[in-house]
Design a protein around this ligand. Structure first.
Ligand code: APR
Ligand code: ZN
Ligand code: ZN
Length: 361
């Protein structure tokens, strides 16, 4: 029996989102039906609404979520009804070249649910990032569900499904921040602050936050920034060098996605330092770098995709660290809202008023 639930749908390019009745099928082989408890509002949802990702409208938005498995389809053994899970974008195949070489986060044969959720007139919905969790229930591939400790609040746990994982993972998994490192983070939105929290967790000795907004810099201190630089007032590269004894940072994370900050990030690294690019550029963006700068300074330039995370390894661990009081996930939740407030939350996000608005269901 299909389930009729309320969900936030983007009907056409640029149109405001609205609550619609969504028809969710019972799980087929390999699928899971999840009762969504919480879902964060992320920039990517807005990009979908604006047609910036693809034009497969209508979209069922929402992809940063936690909930409880209600039912599973044939052959599903890793999760069971009643499990508290965090949803991830795509189940990895385990068999492609990337998976076999131990880099499943680059898997090229990932899975989402095979069945489609629809509107009541039968129109098929495209779930954002293969999830579609601004809805009371959603249908995913069972491999998109990772069981975590149910003592965590759904709002906190859900954030690990996208933005917070992207930032934390950029520092820890991609950047390899380790005890005693100096770390600089450009951009202190949810992603940058998560990189700061990750750097603190990994034992960084100095964490320099760079932003153009003093309020953001203040929040960054709460997540572990030891120094802050307002790059509207101060040249951030010089400031970072000064704060690191003239050297530059061991690991620099760019969490904005602009050519000028990509460039600054590059110059802010120490000899053999690592630059991690998390901010998503637009297709037309370019930067120019003197090759001697690349060669002479050594080190590496890496991009970080979903924090190079392995959900089955990282989600349960990070939830445990949260429950031990060592990772402040609650600090990212600026407000909790209802499904009908997502459009308003987009505005607050664009104006930089919130780190995360989280829909509680
Ligand atoms: N210099 C320094 N900071 C800047 C600049 C700049 N030129 N321009 C913007 N910022 C700051 C903003 O003030 C804001 O605090 O960068 C931060 C960006 O944060 P958000 O807009 O909240 O974005 P967030 O959700 O953190 O995502 C950051 O990572 O995953 C990607 O797609 C995502 O590209 C985006 C980036
Ligand atoms: Zn997201
Ligand atoms: Zn694979």
């Amino acid at each position: 029996m299909p389930h009729e639930v309320r969900g936030v749908v983007a009907r056409s390019k640029g149109a405001q989102v609205a609550i619609e009745t969504v028809v969710v099928p019972d799980p087929g082989p390999g699928e899971a039906l999840v009762q969504v408890q919480s879902c964060g509002v992320c920039h990517t949802d807005l990009h979908y609404r604006e047609g910036g990702i693809n034009d497969e409208f209508p979209f069922l938005l929402g992809h940063e979520a936690a909930g409880v498995v209600e039912a599973v389809g044939e052959g599903v053994t890793d999760v069971a009804p009643g499990d508290f899970v965090i949803l991830n974008w795509r189940a990895v195949c385990g068999q492609c070249r990337a998976c076999l070489r131990g880099r499943p986060w680059y898997c090229f044969a990932t899975h989402n649910a095979a069945q489609k959720m629809t509107l009541t007139d039968g129109t098929e919905l495209s779930p954002a990032l293969g999830i579609g969790a601004f809805a009371e229930k959603t249908l995913v591939h069972a491999g998109q569900c990772t069981k975590v400790n149910p003592a965590a609040s759904p709002a906190a746990a859900g954030l690990l499904g996208c933005g917070v994982m992207a930032g934390l993972g950029a520092a820890i998994n991609t950047g390899g921040v380790t005890r005693g490192d100096s770390v600089a983070v450009f951009g202190c939105g949810g992603v940058g602050d998560a990189a700061i929290a990750g750097a603190r967790l990994a034992g960084a000795a100095k964490i320099i936050a760079v932003d153009i907004d003093d309020r953001k810099l203040e929040w960054a201190r709460g997540f572990g920034a030891t120094d802050t630089v307002n790059s509207r007032e101060t040249d951030p590269v010089e400031a970072i060098r000064e704060l690191t004894g003239g050297h530059g940072a061991d690991v620099v994370v760019e969490a904005i996605g602009r050519p000028e900050t990509y460039e600054q990030a590059f110059y802010a690294r120490d000899l053999a330092g690592t630059v991690v690019l998390v901010g998503v550029p637009t297709p037309d963006m370019k930067i120019e770098l003197p090759l001697l700068e690349v060669f002479g300074r050594g080190g590496s330039l890496k991009s970080s995709w979903y924090g190079d995370c392995l959900p089955s390894r990282d989600f349960p661990m990070l939830v445990d660290l949260y429950l031990q009081g060592r990772l402040d996930l609650d600090g990212f939740v600026s407000e909790t809202i209802g499904l009908d407030e997502v459009e308003e939350a987009f505005g607050k996000m664009e104006r930089g008023e919130v780190l995360r608005s989280v829909v509680n269901l």
